[in-house]
Write a protein that binds this ligand. Structure first.
Ligand code: ATP
Length: 519
C-alpha cells in the first residue's frame, strides 16, 4: 500500500489553481478587455484586426485577456458570422526560446501549417514561407506573440508582419495582425520608431491588481478548487451568476458537476457563519452554486435555479447563511463566501500579501494552492493563515533559487565569494574583502576578473534580487559611505545552487573562506 491517494480532503478540483487554468472572463479587467475588443472588432467587420500591444507587469491577466477575447471572436466566427474566416495562433517567445526573427517566423510557420520547423534557410526565406502559409490559409490571421521582448533587438519580424499587407508580402484576401504581449516596458520604449509605429496601432496597459480585486479572483477560484466551499448569492433584485472562471471540463463533466453542485447544502454547512469583524448580514439560501452553471444556456440555468430554490424552500424553509456579503464580479450581485476548508482570514491575507508585493494574480493563486497543499500534507482539516504565510515563504524561496540559477557567471562568482565568507563566519562583510575572495575564486576557475566598481554592481544586484542583504554602514576611512553584505538566503541553498553551476561546481567554499585573513 503506497502513501498516494486519489482524493484530497482539502481539494475538490486542484487543477483550477494551476497556472495553466485560464478563465473565460476577467471581470477585473473589463476596461482592458473593452479596449482589446475595440482592437479586434475590425476583424468581425472583415477588414482585419488592429495590431495591439498588451503590457503590464507579470501575472496581470494579459495572456488570459488575449485568450478570452480570441475565443470569443472564434465563437463569433463559428456561430454568428457568415464571412469571418479566422485563424489564431499563440506563440510564447520565451518558452520556445524565440530570440530571433528567424526562430519566431519558423515557429509561426510550424503553428500555421502543422509541419516541422524549417531550419537551415536564410531568414528571408523562412519569412516568405510564413507568408506563403498565410496565403494558403487566407482570411483573418491573428498571431499572439507572448513575451515578445524575448526577441530583443532583432525586430525584423515585428516590422514585417504587421505591415505584410501594405508591403504586399501577403495576398489581398489575407489579413494578418499581431497581439504582442510583454511585461518589459523598457523593451517597448527602446524599439525603433518604425517598429513602434507599425506594430502598435493600439496599446493596452494592465495595471497591478489591488487587494480587493485579488480577493475577488481568489474567491472565484477557491469556490471551485476547495471542498465544501462555495459562493451563495445573497437575495437581490437581479441575482446572477458570477463571472465564468474558465471551466475546461467537458459537458458530461458539467452534468456530473451540476448534480453534485446543485444539491442543497447540508444543514450544518448552511448554519455556519463566517465570522468577520466587518458588518455581517444574513442571506437567504438561494443556492445554485455559481461555478456549476458554466456552459449552460440561460434557460437551463434559470430552470436549475428555480428547481434548487424550490427544493430549498421545501426542505429548509428557515435556512439562512450568515457572513459578510462580498462581490466577485462587476454584476453588483453580492455573495456569501462559505467554506469549511478555508478559515476566513486566508483569502484577505493572501490578497494583501500579493497586493503589497506586485499585485500579481499568478502569485496570489500560487500562494493559495501551496497553502492548501501544506494543510493537506500535515493532515489538517482547514487551511489557515499560518499555511498562507508558510506558502508565501516557500514560493519566495523557490523564486530566489530560480533567480540564482539563472544568474550570469560573474554574478555566480560574486555569490560564491559572499557564500564563502558566510561559511567562515565573517559576514556581514564589506565589499572590499568580498572582492578579494571573488578574485581568488575567479583565478581558481580561470574566469575574467572584473574591476572593483563593476564587481560592486553585482553585489547590488544580489541585494536587489533578495539574495543578499546590503546595508549602509559608518563611513569608510576615506569618508565615503561603505556597504556591508550578508546572504539573505540559507547558506546551504546558495551552496546547492552553486554546486549545480558548472563553472564553480568544484570550489571548496569552506576552505576559500577560511583561508582569508580579513581586515
Ligand atoms: N482577472 C483574473 N481573473 C481570474 N484569473 C486571473 C485574472 N488575472 C489573471 N488571472 C490568472 O493569473 C495567472 C496569470 O495570468 P496571465 O498569464 O494572463 O498574466 P500575464 O499578465 O500574461 O503575466 P506574464 O506577463 O507573467 O505572462 C493565470 O493563471 C490567470 O488565469
Amino acid at each position: 500500500m503506497t502513501q498516494f491517494s486519489e482524493t484530497s480532503p482539502i481539494f475538490e478540483r486542484e487543477e483550477v489553481l494551476r497556472e495553466e487554468h485560464y478563465p473565460d472572463d476577467l471581470p477585473e479587467r473589463k476596461g482592458e478587455m473593452d479596449d482589446l475588443h475595440m482592437s479586434l472588432a475590425p476583424a468581425a467587420r472583415g477588414v482585419g484586426a488592429n495590431n495591439v500591444f498588451l503590457h503590464g507587469k507579470a501575472g496581470q491577466g494579459k495572456t488570459a485577456a488575449a485568450q478570452a477575447k480570441l475565443s470569443e471572436l472564434q465563437h463569433h466566427a463559428e456561430e454568428e458570422s457568415d464571412h469571418l474566416n479566422l485563424t489564431t495562433c499563440y506563440v510564447s517567445c520565451e518558452s520556445h526560446d524565440l530570440s530571433t526573427s528567424y526562430k519566431a517566423a519558423s515557429r509561426i510557420y510550424q503553428e500555421l501549417t502543422g509541419e516541422t520547423r524549417p531550419t537551415g534557410y536564410a531568414t528571408d526565406v523562412v519569412m516568405d514561407m510564413m507568408f506563403e502559409a498565410m496565403n494558403d490559409i487566407g482570411g483573418t490571421i491573428i498571431i499572439v506573440l507572448d513575451e515578445i521582448d524575448t526577441l530583443g533587438d532583432d525586430d525584423r519580424i515585428l516590422y514585417s508582419l504587421p505591415r505584410a499587407r501594405a508591403q504586399g508580402y501577403v495576398d489581398d484576401h489575407v489579413f494578418p495582425s499581431i497581439i504582442g504581449i510583454s511585461n518589459d516596458l523598457q523593451w517597448r520604449d527602446n524599439l525603433s520608431p518604425k517598429v513602434k509605429s507599425s506594430l502598435y496601432d493600439d496599446s493596452v496597459l494592465f495595471s497591478p491588481y489591488d487587494a480587493t480585486q485579488l480577493q475577488q479572483i481568489l474567491r472565484r477560484r477557491a469556490a471551485k478548487a476547495f471542498r465544501d466551499t462555495d459562493l451563495v448569492p445573497v437575495d437581490g433584485p437581479e441575482p446572477s451568476r458570477p463571472a465564468d472562471d474558465g471551466d475546461e471540463s467537458d459537458s458530461s463533466d458539467d452534468a456530473a458537476d451540476s448534480s453534485d453542485d446543485a444539491a442543497p447544502p447540508s444543514a450544518d454547512a448552511t448554519a455556519t457563519a463566517s465570522p468577520s469583524t466587518e458588518s455581517r448580514s444574513t442571506a437567504s439560501a438561494a443556492t445554485v452554486e455559481p461555478e456549476a452553471n458554466e456552459g449552460r444556456s440561460p434557460e437551463a440555468l434559470s430552470a436549475t435555479t428555480d428547481t434548487v430554490a424550490s427544493d430549498e424552500a421545501e426542505q429548509q424553509t428557515d435556512a439562512t447563511i450568515e457572513g459578510t456579503p462580498v462581490q466577485v464580479d462587476n454584476s453588483g450581485q453580492e455573495y456569501i463566501f462559505r467554506s469549511e476548508i478555508l478559515t476566513d482570514d486566508v483569502i484577505p491575507l493572501i490578497a494583501a500579501l500579493s497586493a503589497q508585493d506586485t499585485g500579481d494574480a499568478r502569485q496570489a493563486i500560487k500562494y493559495l494552492r501551496k497553502a492548501g497543499e501544506l494543510a493537506d500534507k500535515s493532515d489538517e482539516p482547514m487551511v489557515a493563515a499560518e499555511h498562507a504565510r508558510e506558502a508565501q515563504a516557500l514560493v519566495e524561496r523557490e523564486a530566489v533559487v530560480e533567480a540564482m540559477r539563472e544568474m550570469t557567471t560573474q554574478a555566480h562568482l560574486a555569490l560564491a565569494a559572499l557564500t564563502a565568507l558566510e561559511l567562515s563566519g565573517d559576514a556581514p562583510v564589506r565589499a572590499k574583502p568580498i572582492y578579494g575572495v571573488y578574485k581568488s575564486i575567479a583565478s581558481e576557475v580561470d574566469a575574467d576578473k572584473l574591476g572593483q566598481r563593476r564587481f560592486k554592481d553585482h553585489l547590488r544586484e544580489l541585494d536587489m534580487q533578495g539574495i543578499a542583504d546590503g546595508e549602509k554602514v559608518a563611513a569608510g576611512s576615506i569618508g565615503g559611505p561603505a556597504w556591508q553584505y550578508q546572504l539573505q538566503v540559507d547558506t546551504e541553498i546558495a551552496v546547492e545552487v552553486l554546486k549545480d553551476t558548472t563553472r564553480v561546481a568544484n570550489i571548496n567554499f569552506k576552505t576559500i573562506g577560511d583561508d582569508r585573513s580579513l581586515p
